[in-house]
Design a protein around this ligand. Structure first.
Ligand code: BG6
Length: 469
């Protein structure tokens, strides 16, 4: 089988991880510009000041994407380039930059797929309470509307937020991302609620503008499985899925929060401060999402724990996706298992867990349209005689693309696949050591770009529409 003609083969990036030019052309300071400079917060103190300098090199980068045959490019807009302080004056040079990116994509027939929020928040808004302050919903709505009006004539695919569970967990429970709170479950749930309301608001605005494109949200897709068949571990998986998946997907797709979580939050006095107007908006907008984007890297293997777990203030190593952490409520722990295969960073490789999870999504949410908006292998790529022979990445993507094909054959409504990442970029907590791209960036040689083996492989997959998979 070839992939259907309307299926998009893509690859992705995010502004902070590639652009650099952190203080150029009127851009405001973001939470990450500030946070990454606090000693000890990132791997070897790396930050996105220069990143891979995509801000200046985008013509070369997009040309390479075109050479690879990429059909669609997912990238994010940095809010602080458009509105430096988040809710004040517009920076025309920021608008111009993204116009250039979009036009450059269209020049080669590459479909731009734009994320509005991939974690870099204007610091001025963070200073006012960030996602904890209800005012952020209005600020985000205004920012989104400015983007729709500036770019919506050419951008027909919008993602509101990237991975709310990650920026909220790491920002309010683990302290590993800005704003760096530790163990603050009250703030954590409050922030997630504001994100969902902001999402609903900007869906409403988008639909009212009648730009006739599509809009949705991207979530981490981290299906949980019990480590064995024991009832308590199956219950742990149920619990984890409710908190890590349904809490995030239900308000978007069903317009309400899962009762299992709501009941527990009420008991623990952790219910977010929400009002009837917000809840009504969630209900009203639930049917208006055009798709859900799934970022899949690994499943979660969970085990029930009984004893109160140690504080979940994690060291950086444990905040980067490696299993081993207790849940915030000390109900379960994620674990590594002897019979599973892991990346160098301890992320499980499981196309089968992916497939099973896709079935779970279909069971719960029906025929919702899906895109895989991220999937890929973080590795230290082998270089042999000057060639970047990233065979493990090819193998990883091949296995997952096979699962995508199988899912389509099973009737799951999957319309595109975006490898993470199109080019090597800055990992938020792992610096440049952990590579994901089809294009290599040589940090010892003036950030020179080079094609990896996977570049040629993906080009072939796209050209043959995955027929050989
Ligand atoms: C996703 C993010 O969570 O994972 C990306 O959306 C990120 O921005 C990717 O880079 C890989 O994470 P890491 O920690 O391996 O760089």
């Amino acid at each position: 089988m070839k992939f259907p003609h309307d299926f998009l083969f893509g690859a992705a990036s995010a502004a902070y991880q590639i652009e650099g030019a952190w203080n150029e052309d009127g851009k405001g300071i973001t939470n990450w510009d500030a946070f990454s400079k606090i000693p000890g917060k990132t791997f070897e103190g790396t930050n996105g000041d220069v990143a891979i300098d995509h801000y200046h090199r985008y013509p070369e980068d997009i040309k390479l994407m075109a050479e690879m045959g990429l059909e669609s490019y997912r990238f994010s807009i940095s809010w602080a380039r458009i509105i430096p302080d988040g809710d004040g004056a517009i920076n025309e040079k920021g608008i111009q930059f993204y116009n250039n990116i979009i036009d450059e994509c269209l020049k080669y027939g590459i479909v731009p797929f734009v994320t509005l929020y991939h974690w870099d928040l204007p610091q001025a808004l963070e200073d006012k309470g960030g996602w904890i302050n209800k005012d952020i919903v209005n600020a985000f709505a205004r920012y989104a509307e400015i983007c729709y009006k500036a770019f919506g004539d050419r951008v027909k695919h919008w993602i509101t937020f990237n991975e709310t569970v990650v920026f909220c967990t790491l920002g309010y429970l683990n302290g590993a991302h800005p704003p760096g709170y530790v163990n603050d479950a009250k703030k954590y749930f409050q922030a997630t609620h504001h994100v969902f309301v902001a999402h609903a608001r900007v869906i409403q605005i988008y639909k009212s503008l009648k730009q006739y494109g599509e809009i949705g949200i991207t979530h981490v897709f981290n299906p949980a499985y019990g480590v064995d068949e024991k009832e308590e571990n199956q219950q742990a998986a149920f619990h984890a899925n409710n908190y890590q998946t349904f809490w995030y997907y239900d308000p978007i797709l069903k317009g309400e929060y899962p009762t299992y979580v709501i009941d527990a939050l009420r008991e623990k006095e952790l219910t977010p401060d929400w009002n009837e107007e917000e809840l009504a908006l969630l209900r009203e907008m639930a049917g208006n999402n055009d798709f859900i984007g799934l970022n899949y890297y690994q499943p979660a293997r969970v085990i029930k724990i009984d004893e109160p777990a140690e504080s979940i203030a994690m060291d950086r190593d444990k905040s980067t996706g490696r299993p081993g952490n207790p849940s915030f409520d000390s109900y379960y722990r994620t674990v590594m298992m002897d019979d599973k295969v892991y990346t160098k960073w301890g992320w499980e490789i499981s196309a089968e867990g992916f497939m099973q999870g896709l079935r779970m999504i279909k069971d719960r949410y029906g025929d919702v349209k899906l895109y895989i908006t991220e999937n890929g292998l973080g590795d230290e790529d082998p270089i042999i005689e000057g060639e970047i022979v990233d065979v493990p990445r090819i193998k990883y993507i091949e296995e997952h693309l096979r699962a995508v094909k199988l899912a389509i054959q099973e009737g799951i409504n999957l319309k595109g696949y975006y490898a993470w990442s199109v080019i090597d970029l800055l990992s938020w907590l792992n610096g440049y050591k952990k590579q994901y791209g089809f294009i290599y960036v040589d940090h010892k040689n003036n950030l020179e770009r080079r094609k990896k083996l996977s570049f040629h492989w993906y080009k072939h997959i796209i050209a043959t529409r995955g027929e050989e998979l």
